[in-house]
Design a protein around this ligand. Sequence first.
Ligand code: MUC
Ligand code: MG
Length: 367
Amino acid sequence: MKIVNVEAIPFAIPYTKPLRFASGEVHTAEHVLIRVHTDEGLVGTAEAPPRPYTYGETQESIVAVVERIFAPQLKGLTPLDRERIHERLDRTVGNPTAKAALDMALWDILGQAAGLPVSGLLGGYTDRMRVSHMVGFAPAEHMVAEAERIRDTYGITTFKVKVGRLPYHQDVAACRALRRALGPDVELYVDGNRGWTAADSARALREMADLDLTFAEELCPADDVLGRRWLVAQSPVPFIADESATTTGEVTRELLGGSATAISVKTARTGFTRSQRILNACQTLGVEAVIGNQIDGQIGTLCSVAFGAAHRWSARHAGELSNFLDMTDDLLAEPLTIENGTLRVREGAGLGLRIDPGKLARYRQDR
Ligand code: MUC
Ligand code: MG
């Protein structure tokens, strides 16, 4: 079975409300649908979400790098040639979400060819994950209202609260309001997207010491090397590296250098192959791992849950799998549903995702 064609289709679907955080904001899901075609008629599908404020990729750059560099490198190989494919992709630096989507589309083909679910091929640990919802910047009372609505509608009881605004007191007040309104049984953790200094972060963590936070994520830049180490050494909770740990090398450097004590694993940027390497490293070292959200649509979320549920080490914590709820629509023929605070892996061969042709025609931007 040979790879004969690779499509990179830009599409845009608006959000019902923007997601705001310290490094940026998202109003429209301007993603790229990746489809890898084989000579046997199997088609692997995944999506790449451009996040210029995190990786420097744009929708246009993803389409260009896939069409001009990666597609010619893949054509003629088989989906089983994954090591060779990654060797070729790695000749180009960066472009993590473009590479990750290609990797996941190849796994989709392998699953379809074998007649087996990708989640089972990856590890098959369980068939669902508890869901964690990201609450973006807003006045504290709006953040509380959103968390209550998400809890009451979907049964979600884990929330990642965006922090990193200056002055930091408004974020501390929002976290305090959330804990007060949601009570002690809800799990809360914070993500600063590098918005604070190390000193602000240390003060904020001290002021939030009574809020029973589970994790603190990327509160200050990892490039402030000594400040970050100083902060992580005094953090009362595991300190998650997200955008500072996007490759296996960065994960190793952040952990061994003392700049993180936990890792956010995002299939949107490390696919299945590299995410597995990162997760295995975390488990081997005894470091917590959380399945993170790249502000994924439903295709990306399906990939995240297929991976997260496949492994014991990632299934221990709620995965960030719900922000597609804020999109006005999506491309999947059969939408994802969150019930009792959990999202199930889709059954069937491959990733089990079918694209609605009418929706793709409506939202694609290249025609
Ligand atoms: C997150 O966990 O930070 C926002 C920026 C980004 O790179 O990912 C999202 C969520
Ligand atoms: Mg983050």
